[in-house]
Design a protein around this ligand. Structure first.
Ligand SMILES: [Zn+2]
Length: 384
């Protein structure tokens, strides 16, 4: 983070930064956002192609924040990629605004640096990639409460709230959530084993297939997060960005993994341990990002976005409702706001219990009546 801040200081013409802080229940989080853009960016952000990248959402995936640093130093031309044509690159970069969150989970990262190398959650034990409101709190059979704790409510964590606010005000065309643990290029959905319908979904897939070929030597898994990774994930950032923020090109990149590492050796599972691999990963994925920016800008050219006015769009989903609710609450109570105390998951559980007990009572009631009055009739009426 110090290196990134120094880099921004050396390139005030291209890089700016801001720190966003928020908190609740005696827990606070801060997120540094670095913005890359040329020219008078405050004025013409809205006319440019906008990209939002998040790194370090999981504490133990240290390599992802290294990629943020490498990418920023390439963007500021302190480092270069031999594989990229500088003129072509220059042309693309002129028309972009890129917001980079180099370390989304600073508190979790501190725990990792203090020696807890397997920690992926934030500073109070919540998995920031399960805390979002799309399909929040649903638990699979293999649910691991330690790894995947979704929090007390959707969007309960300060880190999530900051990222959500940032995405809603910036309205990116491209979102990438950068992780490690395997090599993959994922698109929505994480909570279903299918990809969305429509043209933009088709574009996403073809872009990922090309990136896989150009920069991953066809090693990367490509497809929906839920369909390719072998498990469904509920309440993820990328599903939220796609479904709620309506980012047309929303991705999760998994940039490195050592499948042969012992499951106790988290550092090795998620991060390269020699300089050659370290630099290879950073160079390959920096190139992949620059290709993505270039492709994204061309692919979305001429496609009407957010223009759909079908009746379906007017129906408010529970997520959007909750979203609006949380938004209203946060503006009313400012920083002291506490999001819904009782999580949706608990409400659902209580409701199911209530239904179940009603049915049981009804059944007991009926069976008493049938025993006393019409048991023969009921028995004979049931076909075998
Ligand atoms: Zn991760």
């Amino acid at each position: 983070m110090e290196e990134i801040k120094a880099l921004v200081g050396r390139h005030p013409d291209r890089l700016t930064m801001e720190t966003i802080t928020t908190g609740n229940k005696d827990y606070s989080a801060e997120i540094l956002v670095v913005t890359y853009g040329r020219g008078r960016r405050e004025i013409d952000n809205s006319s440019k192609f906008r990209i939002l990248l998040s790194f370090g959402q999981h504490g133990r995936e240290l390599i992802t924040s290294e990629l943020a640093l490498r990418l920023l130093s390439i963007l500021s031309e302190e480092q270069s990629l031999p594989s990229m044509d500088p003129i072509c690159l220059n042309n693309t970069l002129e028309k972009l605004v890129i917001k980079v969150v180099p370390m989304e989970n600073l508190n979790g990262r501190k725990l990792v640096e203090a020696g807890d190398l397997c920690e992926r959650r934030n500073g109070r034990g919540v998995d920031l990639n399960r805390n979002w409101s799309v399909d929040w709190g649903k638990k699979e059979k293999d649910y691991d409460p330690y790894e995947e704790n979704p929090g007390t409510a959707p969007l309960s964590e300060p880190e999530t709230q900051i990222m959500r606010k940032l995405s809603k005000s910036f309205e990116p065309h491209i979102w990438v959530n950068v992780h490690s643990g395997m090599e993959a290029l994922f698109m929505p959905y994480d909570h279903r084993n299918t990809t969305p319908d429509g043209l933009v979904s088709h574009i996403m897939r073809s872009m990922l297939e090309e990136l896989n070929h150009l920069h991953c030597q066809d090693r990367c898994l490509v497809g929906s997060g839920g369909g390719s990774v072998g498990y469904l994930a509920h309440g993820t950032a990328t599903d939220y960005m796609y479904d709620i923020v309506k980012v047309p090109l929303a991705f999760t990149f998994e940039i490195y993994g050592d499948g042969a590492a012992s499951s106790k050796d988290c550092f090795r599972m998620f991060n390269p341990i020699d300089m050659t691999t370290f630099n290879r990963v950073l160079n390959d994925w920096s190139a992949s990002f620059l290709t993505l920016f270039e492709m994204g800008r061309h692919q979305l050219d001429g496609i009407p976005l957010k223009a759909s006015t079908s009746n379906l769009d007017k129906l408010v989903s529970i997520d959007q409702y909750l979203d609006g609710y949380l938004m209203a609450r946060s503006s009313r109570y400012g920083k002291k706001m506490e999001v819904i105390e009782l999580g949706m998951q608990e409400i659902r559980t209580y409701f199911r219990l209530f239904l179940l007990s009603s049915v049981l009572l009804l059944f007991m009631f009926c069976s008493r009546i049938s025993k006393s009055k019409c048991s023969k009739q009921i028995v004979s009426a049931i076909p075998l």
